[in-house]
Design a protein around this ligand. Structure first.
Ligand SMILES: C[S@@+](CC[C@H](N)C(=O)[O-])C[C@H]1O[C@@H](n2cnc3c(N)ncnc32)[C@H](O)[C@@H]1O
Ligand code: SF4
Ligand code: SF4
Length: 292
């Protein structure tokens, strides 16, 4: 039977081995804020309660899943509850975590190639690393596919040049010609080969208390197709509210069912259905421009 949510975002840590200027992790590091890791007992509780609601989960909102030393324990727990895991990673630790990544609960690996830009990583050796990784992985698990995420479009010439450099690297390596963003004509993904896709998208701003109001009206798929759980157990309506401005409850104190059926959750969802943004953070969220 089809489950209610397409995916649930579960942040196993908000810590990361990199610091990208476009991501709130960078700000948190500059402000010397502390980082968290979801305790295994809590993760077990999360998985047991989300498994009737979804088939798929991710391991991030903020944070780098491969930076978690006992990642295998989390994967074992997901498997225990029959959950499939989407790994979204900056790709820098794929060699160290190769064996763990072969875990059969993993169903998709997104590699965010844009993370090399602000971190002084040599782009050629980075691409060597991730392509060798994908080739080696494909030989063992031919059915799994990879998305290379190029979420770096912002109408600036500078980013356009960088993005073309990425595309050229893939083209040269595989002797193909991939379209650029304009040639895609609104499509967001292009097949690179049997098991690799290139995923193009715009940069966005994570909404938080300091964001500027965008609109009172709009809609979003938060609480309809997905929701999120931060590393401390706080339930949020989406994958963007990293600072829990819309804290719907905490799974340490309440069940997910109770949290999703609370007045606040129902009001948000009901608002989206009518094209009304109920929460202040949603009124300040860049993402609503994406949904008509
Ligand atoms: C916050 S990261 C967490 C997972 C992992 N650390 C990674 O980088 O893939 C999740 C995704 O958000 C993307 N991202 C972060 N900040 C972004 C921004 N301002 N605009 C567009 N994408 C962003 C990352 O590139 C990544 O694909
Ligand atoms: S690698 Fe991911 S979590 Fe880490 S700073 Fe960059 S976008 Fe954020
Ligand atoms: S509008 Fe933005 S902040 Fe509100 S639920 Fe959607 S993604 Fe999250």
């Amino acid at each position: 039977m089809k489950k209610k949510f397409k995916v649930v975002y579960v942040e196993i840590t908000d810590n990361c081995n990199l610091s990208c200027f476009f991501c709130p992790v960078d700000k948190k590091k500059q402000n010397n804020e502390s980082f968290r890791k979801m305790e295994l007992y809590l993760f077990d509780k999360v998985c047991s309660q989300i498994s009737p609601l979804t088939d798929k989960m991710t391991y991030h909102i903020l944070g780098e899943p491969l930076f978690v030393d006992d990642l295998a324990n989390y994967l074992d727990i997901s498997k225990k509850y029959g959950l499939k895991v989407i790994i979204t990673t900056n790709g820098t630790l794929v060699d160290e975590k190769f064996d763990v990544l072969l875990h059969d609960s993993i169903c998709l690996i997104n590699i965010s190639v844009t993370s090399v830009i602000p971190n002084n990583i040599d782009i050629n050796s980075y691409f060597d690393k991730i392509f060798l990784f994908m080739e080696k992985y494909h030989k063992i698990r031919p059915k799994l596919y990879f998305n290379l995420r190029l979420w770096n479009y912002n109408n600036s010439e500078k980013n356009e040049t960088i993005n073309q450099q990425f595309i050229d690297l893939v083209n040269n390596r595989l002797n193909i010609i991939l379209p650029n963003y304009i040639q895609l004509n609104g499509r967001k993904s292009v097949k690179v080969n049997d098991y690799i896709y290139l995923n193009y998208d715009n940069m966005f701003e994570f909404p938080d208390a300091n964001s500027i109001k965008v609109s009172d009206n709009g809609r979003c798929h938060g609480l309809d197709t997905h929701f999120g759980i931060l590393a401390d157990g706080t339930v949020i309506p989406c994958c963007l509210d990293y600072s829990a401005t819309i804290a719907l409850g905490n799974i340490k104190n309440n069940t997910i069912d109770d949290i999703l059926n609370s007045e606040r959750s129902k009001n948000i969802l009901c608002g989206f259905k009518k094209g009304k943004l109920v929460e202040n953070t949603c009124k300040k969220c860049d993402f609503i421009k994406r949904f008509k």
